[in-house]
Design a protein around this ligand. Structure first.
Ligand SMILES: [Zn+2]
Ligand SMILES: [Zn+2]
Length: 1206
């Protein structure tokens, strides 16, 4: 130091202090040991620095830049936390001008602040640890290094100590930790070496035998003859390919051309925006996109900051490659190169620096994505981040999940091998071919909606397409106000998301709502209720696999349903165009089959039904070859072990499989798996919101050998319970009640009503202790010890209600209580009635919020037990069995197909239940017409009181529904119907698909002969199709009815006598009764208004004329018996005309009719009332008396002309 300072004897104290600092800085550059030779080197370098400074500032200037603090690389990297620039030669005004210029060009950003720092360092292109040349320039000192970006780097600067006169430092904030904080230097002006070099060698002068490119190429083609020969080639560099890293080696290619005649395509531009830093998408000049994803990203990409000027060589220009990207896109492949020609002057937000390890780029490379697919992938990543990150997907996993979504949506491409990239061909082959030159539009043509968007879309779509006339039946023109408005009060709209012009797709998490006890699909934007079924063989059933909770799924095949509730006050059909809707309200939910879902998260260490079924199928052949491994204390289980042997290879394979899955999960778990595994992992169950995070697979290790699991009967209860220890109970559901709201609570502190339900279960064996949660592994022998199968009442209150949609009678589950080894918890308590009196009934168990249910996978052992425990209490009947039950049951359970849903207007009643959300005046009572599954001619009415219960989605025409515990009632006219009681439970087993009202909801009614129908009555069928001949019209009534009060309407006024009715609207109503026969028997058929005109075979003009002539007198009625004509009618032309009509050949013709029995209990009436009347039949001079069953009374619902059979 002293020898250095001696050189500057004329300097003042301040200058000497500054020189001292500079010297220290140079010491840091060289290394710590001040041994004499190093000291000499430091002296030379320090003097060199002063010389370099003078050279920079101008040789005439002797003053030292005292305002600049000398700084080493190490100090800069550690201390400089914000971006900055340093310009040694600039004055303040020069900087201000530069900054103002920068901010003018990038108005949204702020110019880099200026720091007066004097930076010295050593430039190298070797990796610090391995000392291998890797093509990256770095500035370093003895303690630290930082990557350098240079506009036009020169090989002359390599391995030199230099002074940087102009630079910017951009710190990176990759990890948020100070130690890891790195950055990069952008070197604007050429660095100045501290040690002077000799003149550079004249390269051209040293080689005498330089070859041209053509000559060299010819030479190389004969390389077998010239092995090991060293050539010197000269040419013009035409393309520089990017730096690649293959198998740990870095390399790059460039092309040489002869002469300078080929002009490379160069596109200059200013980078204006970073569209997606991770995905390598930028914007140039505010209008053109730039995609660098198809190049392995160089470290240079760090300096792609807004404001940087760049130059593209050999870039591809693509027009509208995807709707999710810029209209015009410049895209770089392995033949292209990009050069930063001027660094950005502004400080932008800290960027996630792209690197080849970016998950997005890995997906691109692994799946050989085309550009349109890649742009879709980037779009998907953005969407998933918004909707599922961080609650369900970790930020670093989003790209992987997006990759899975993409592969779900893309049809398998048989030509994908053609898209495989051959990097050498891509870089070198002529003509050039690469994924970008072969691009075609192949991104998934779908709309990736959030849950909230999906809901809003359906609401908007459904209200927009609301057409009142389409909601009404063909009889609508004849309906009065009282008949018309209830038909409008409920309607349903469905849309198949996959069948839309642009299909809708949602990515979400399956969960269960604790307030309404239904399944939901969720993301961060919201949730939508879900009616889900699963395939069971050739049929469907309600979802019973609890492993679906928390699954992250991609849903393509979903049906959007909107149930619309309208309060209307239309006087008649003709006023439907007026604005007379007083209230509107809707419910949106989705319907799907879980087998159509694409699961994006791995099944978290649990065995799914599918796995189990596969394994069962696989193991079936090997059964009985060896013994099950016993549990550690499996003394009582030993016997049954022998009876139910299990195949160890399968078990081994299963464990292997589990390990594999656990590993995969560790790698792939999208949910917050980073969350440390806490002792109270289960606490999240207490909140609905955390439900799905369970899927996160905090429970990974499922590979624990069975021998390590403990048995309850031998192990002493210890207070030092392992955090993962638990007790379990295997059971089968016998019956389940509906959800109700009652004044009971899970915790003492709660008040008010809570939602709850009760279940009756058959316990399959003793409570078991486990060291690890067994989850849904197959039923073990010790869990079903045999013997009597006791029953238990299970009560669900509050948040445990979330299990409601997944627990079904006939299915088997394992109930697990975590963090305990106390088996008494799950034993249930005897029901105490009053004052210590114990009722001798099944014990009852209150489910705690943190307990979990796991669906047991099918196994031979389980199916045997289920046979034994088969629920007997509520056998499931068919609709016919309910109708014609010999013993009248009070409560019945039956399954049927909904064919019609009608809302009944109940004046003065409103939805009593707080969660029913029924606005005032909306119907709260629903009538469902439920068809028998096997005989479509039978149906029953089911009345549901919605005011007493939570709303049940999915009760749509076409749905197959299980009605449990409904009250069976016989009406005054001996019709059998069912109505809900508070216990009643409804399960949708197969989904209804309604597209429009015209769709026939169920199967066609059966074709019957009248003779057979009259014999068997309703038991034959309630609805049927008959092919008959009209014998005569017995009765015909035509009238104008006041649409408000129902009185006769004459001319322009209502004829109501008791109080004045000011109605101006009337509807034309008609009714006809015809005698028909089909050879086997005869019937009387009643025709409603809308079928009268077709029955009378009248055209529209004739029918209208008839209506006009009736208007004058209000109403007209004609009675006709067979062969009887009333002479009085002959005077009245209208009556005369109608009388003739009743018998004319045009009317009395063959027809095909769909009919319904007028009285459902007709058969019973026949037998009990002795309604078979004696009838006198005159034949010549004699009279015969015979007993003839009175004809069948039918109501016609559909009429068509008889098409003769061929
Ligand atoms: Zn290319
Ligand atoms: Zn009236």
């Amino acid at each position: 130091m002293d020898s250095f300072l001696r050189e500057f004897k004329d300097k003042n104290r301040a200058e000497l202090l500054w020189l001292r600092a500079l010297y220290q800085c140079v010491v840091g550059l060289v290394g710590p040991e001040p041994s004499p030779p190093a000291e000499h080197r430091v002296l030379l370098l320090a003097l060199g620095a002063v010389r370099a400074l003078r050279q920079t500032l101008g040789s005439h200037c002797d003053a030292l830049p005292l305002s600049y603090r000398p700084v080493s690389v190490c100090e800069l990297v550690r201390r400089q936390l914000v971006p900055c620039c340093s310009q040694l030669t600039w004055s303040n005004s020069q900087y201000c001008e530069w900054a103002a210029d920068a901010e003018r060009l990038q108005p949204e950003d702020v110019a880099l602040p200026r720091e007066n720092l004097l930076l010295v360092g050593y430039i190298t292109d070797r990796e610090i640890e391995t000392s291998e040349c890797d093509g990256i320039l770095r500035a370093k000192d003895a303690n630290a290094s930082v990557n350098c970006m240079m506009i036009s780097p020169s090989p002359m600067w390599l391995d030199q100590f230099v002074l940087f006169p102009s630079w910017s430092f951009i710190p990176h904030r990759s990890c948020g930790l100070i130690q890891d904080m790195k950055g990069h230097l952008e070197i604007g002006a050429s660095p100045i070496p501290l040690v002077l070099q000799g003149a550079s060698q004249n390269l051209q002068g040293t080689f005498t035998d330089l070859l041209g490119v053509g000559e060299a190429a010819r030479y190389l083609q004969q390389s077998h003859r010239h092995r090991g020969v060293r050539l010197h080639v000269c040419g013009h560099v035409s393309a520089v390919c990017p730096l690649l890293e293959i198998a740990g080696k870095r390399l790059f290619c460039f092309s040489l051309r002869e002469g300078e005649n080929s002009v490379p395509v160069v596109v200059p531009g200013v980078l204006t925006r970073v569209l997606d830093a991770e995905g390598g998408l930028f914007e140039l000049d505010g209008k053109v996109g730039l995609c660098v994803a198809y190049q392995p990203l160089q470290e240079m990409a760090c300096s792609f900051r807004p404001g940087a000027q760049i130059e593209l060589h050999n870039a591809h220009f693509l027009h509208r490659p995807s709707p999710h990207g810029p209209a015009a896109l410049l895209c770089l492949c392995l033949r292209s190169s990009l050069r930063v020609t001027a660094f950005s002057r502004v400080q932008s937000k800290p960027l996630a620096c792209p690197s080849p390890t970016t998950a997005l780029l890995r997906v691109l490379l692994q799946n050989h994505l085309g550009i349109s697919q890649y742009l879709w992938l980037c779009h998907c990543v953005t969407m998933l981040k918004e909707r599922l990150c961080p609650r369900w997907i970790r930020a670093e996993r989003v790209a992987v999940v997006a990759g899975r979504v993409l592969s779900c949506l893309l049809p398998p491409d048989p030509h994908s091998w053609q898209c495989r990239r051959d990097i050498y061909m891509e870089m070198l082959e002529e003509p050039h071919s690469c994924p970008l030159s072969q691009y075609r539009e192949s991104d998934p043509q779908v709309d990736l909606l959030s849950v909230e968007q999906l809901r809003l879309w359906m609401e908007a779509e459904s209200w927009a397409s609301l057409s009142l006339p389409s909601l009404l039946p063909p009889s609508a023109p004849h309906l009065t106000r009282a008949e018309l408005n209830p038909l409008l009060s409920w309607s349903v709209d469905t849309r198949g998301a996959w069948s839309l012009p642009i299909p809708l797709v949602v990515v979400g998490v399956l969960g269960a709502c604790v307030r309404r006890g239904c399944l939901q699909l969720r993301d961060q934007t919201g949730s939508v209720d879900l009616v889900a079924v699963e395939r069971r063989g050739g049929s469907y059933g309600a979802v019973s696999d609890t492993a679906w909770l928390g699954r992250l799924v991609c849903v393509q095949h979903l049906t959007l349903v909107m149930e619309k509730f309208l309060n209307t006050d239309f006087p008649s059909w003709t006023q439907l165009d007026q604005d007379l809707i007083t209230h509107r309200h809707c419910r949106v939910y989705i319907q799907l089959c879980v087998d159509d879902l694409q699961v994006l998260s791995p099944w978290s260490g649990t065995m799914s039904f599918r796995d189990a079924l596969q394994q069962e199928a696989g193991a079936a052949g090997n059964q009985g070859t060896s013994r099950d491994r016993k549990g550690m204390g499996g003394n009582s289980a030993g016997k049954s072990d022998r009876e139910q042997p299990e195949e160890p290879t399968t078990t081994g394979a299963r464990q292997q499989d589990r390990k594999e899955r656990a590993r995969q999960e560790e790698d792939e778990t999208p949910a917050p798996a980073k969350k440390p595994r806490r002792a109270d992992d289960w606490s999240h169950l207490e909140q609905e919101e955390d439900w799905s995070s369970e899927a996160g697979g905090q429970e990974q290790d499922h590979s624990l050998p069975r021998a390590q699991r403990s048995h309850v009967q031998v192990q002493q209860r210890s207070d030092t319970t392992a955090p993962s220890a638990c007790v379990s109970l295997a059971f089968c559901v016998e019956s389940k009640d509906g959800l109700t709201s009652q004044n009971i609570h899970a915790a003492a502190a709660e008040t008010g009503h809570s939602v709850c339900f009760r279940m009756s279960i058959v316990v399959l064996g003793d409570v078991q202790r486990w060291k690890e949660n067994p989850r849904n592994c197959p039923l073990e022998s010790r869990e079903s010890a045999g013997g009597a199968l006791p029953k238990m009442d299970v009560q669900f209150v509050g948040s445990s209600v979330c299990w409601f949609p997944l627990l079904h009678p006939g299915s088997a589950y394992r109930l697990v209580a975590p963090h305990t080894q106390d088996p008494t918890l799950l034993c249930g308590t005897p029901v105490s009635v009053k004052q210590g009196v114990v009722l001798h009934s099944a014990p009852s168990l209150l489910i705690q919020p943190h307990w979990r249910f796991y669906t047991l996978p099918p196994s031979p052992r389980l199916s045997g037990l289920l046979q034994e425990a088969r629920p007997r209490k509520h056998a499931i009947l068919s609709v016919s069995e309910v109708l014609y039950c010999s013993t009248l049951l009070d409560l019945v359970s039956f399954e049927g197909l909904i064919s019609q849903r009608t809302h009944l207007q109940q004046k003065g009643r409103t939805a009593g239940h707080p969660q029913n959300h029924g606005p005032k005046g909306l119907p709260v009572s629903v009538r469902l017409t439920v068809q028998d599954l096997s005989s479509p001619g039978q149906w029953i009415h089911v009345y549901l009181d919605l005011s007493e219960r939570l709303y049940i989605p999915g009760l749509l025409p076409g749905a197959r529904v299980l009605f449990s515990a409904f009250q069976c009632v016989v009406s005054r006219v001996r019709n059998v119907y069912c109505r809900s009681v508070p216990l009643s439970c409804i399960t949708v087993n197969a989904l209804g698909q309604v597209h429009c009202r015209q769709d026939p909801p169920g199967p066609r009614p059966p074709t019957v002969l009248l003779g057979e129908w009259v014999q068997d009555g309703a038991q034959r069928c309630i609805v049927g199709q008959v092919r008959v001949h009209i014998v005569v019209l017995l009765f015909l009534q035509l009238q104008w009815t006041c649409s408000l009060c129902g009185s006769i309407f004459k001319q322009d006024s209502c004829t109501r006598s008791t109080s004045s009715c000011t109605s101006h609207s009337a509807v034309f109503q008609a009714e006809a009764k015809a005698a028909v026969e089909d050879g086997s028997g005869e019937a009387h058929v009643w025709f409603p208004s809308h079928l009268t005109a077709p029955l009378l075979a009248l055209g529209a003009a004739e029918w209208e004329g008839l209506q006009r002539s009736v208007r004058v007198r209000g109403h007209v009625r004609v009675h006709r018996g067979r062969n009887v004509v009333d002479a009085a009618d002959l005077d009245d032309p209208l009556l005369h005309y109608l009388s003739c009509l009743c018998m004319c050949a045009a009317v009395c013709r063959p027809l095909t009719l769909s009919c319904q029995l007028k009285h459902r209990s007709q058969k019973a009436l026949h037998l009990q009332d002795g309604s078979i009347q004696p009838k006198r039949v005159p034949r010549g001079d004699r009279e015969f008396v015979t007993r003839v069953a009175s004809p069948l009374q039918l109501t016609c619902t559909e009429l068509s002309e008889w098409e003769p059979c061929l």
